[in-house]
Design a protein around this ligand. Sequence first.
Ligand SMILES: Nc1ncnc2c1ncn2[C@@H]1O[C@H](COP(=O)(O)OP(=O)(O)OP(=O)(O)O)[C@@H](O)[C@H]1O
Length: 205
Amino acid sequence: MISLDLQEKTFGAQLVLGQMRLWIEPGEVLGLSGASGVGKSTLLRILAGLDPRFNGRLEAPQNRAMVFQSPTLMPWRRVIDNITIPTQCRPEVAEAMLERVGLEGKARAWPGQLSLGQARRVAIARAFVGRPEVLILDEPFASLDRERVEELITLTGALIAETRPAVIFASHSEEELAALSTRRLHLEGRPARLVQPEARLRVGS
Ligand SMILES: Nc1ncnc2c1ncn2[C@@H]1O[C@H](COP(=O)(O)OP(=O)(O)OP(=O)(O)O)[C@@H](O)[C@H]1O
C-alpha cells in the first residue's frame, strides 16, 4: 500500500503539481493518463522516493521498484550483472527471472547486443526480482511495435498477478492503459490535478 497527500510540487517558480490525494492497494494497477508535460513523471518520481523535494506526505514501503521508458541498463556490465548488482540478488535467482521474462541464454550478453524489447525485459526482470511492494511503471512499453507491446503487457500482467505489488502505470496509450489497469486516473491542468477519466470525457462532450 502506498499513499500520497500532496500539497504542491514546484520546480523553482513553476508550480507543476497541485493538491492531490492518491493511494494504491496491493494488487491494484492504477493507470495514469495525461498530456505530455503535465507532470506524470514528476508524480511518479515522488512516489518512487526519487524526489523528496515536495510539500506533502508520502507513506510508502521501502521495497519499491521503477521501470522507466529508457531501460537504464549499465552498458559496461553483462545482463546478469545488471540484475544482481542493483538488487543484490543471487545469480541463480537472476537467471531464473531472466528465464521467466523469456531471456534464457542472454545472461552473459552485453546490453548493447539486445533489442529495445529485450532490454525492456531485463528492466522488468530487475524490477520484479526483489518482489517489490510498490511498482512504478513510467511508459515502459513506448516505441515498441504492437506485437512486442502485447507480449510485454501479458508478461507484466502475469508477474503482477503473481507478486501483487501496488502498481502505478503511466502511459499515453489508451490501449495499454485499458489492458493493464484495474483503476484509472487522469492528470490535467497547471498546476496539475487528478481527475476521473469519465468526468473528463463528460466535460469534453
Ligand atoms: N528537473 C526539472 N527541473 C525543472 N523543471 C522540470 C524538471 N522535471 C520536469 N520539469 C517540468 O515539469 C513539468 C512536468 O514534467 P513531466 O516530465 O513530469 O511531464 P510528463 O507528464 O511526464 O510528460 P511526458 O508525458 O512527455 O513524459 C514540465 O513542464 C517539465 O518541464
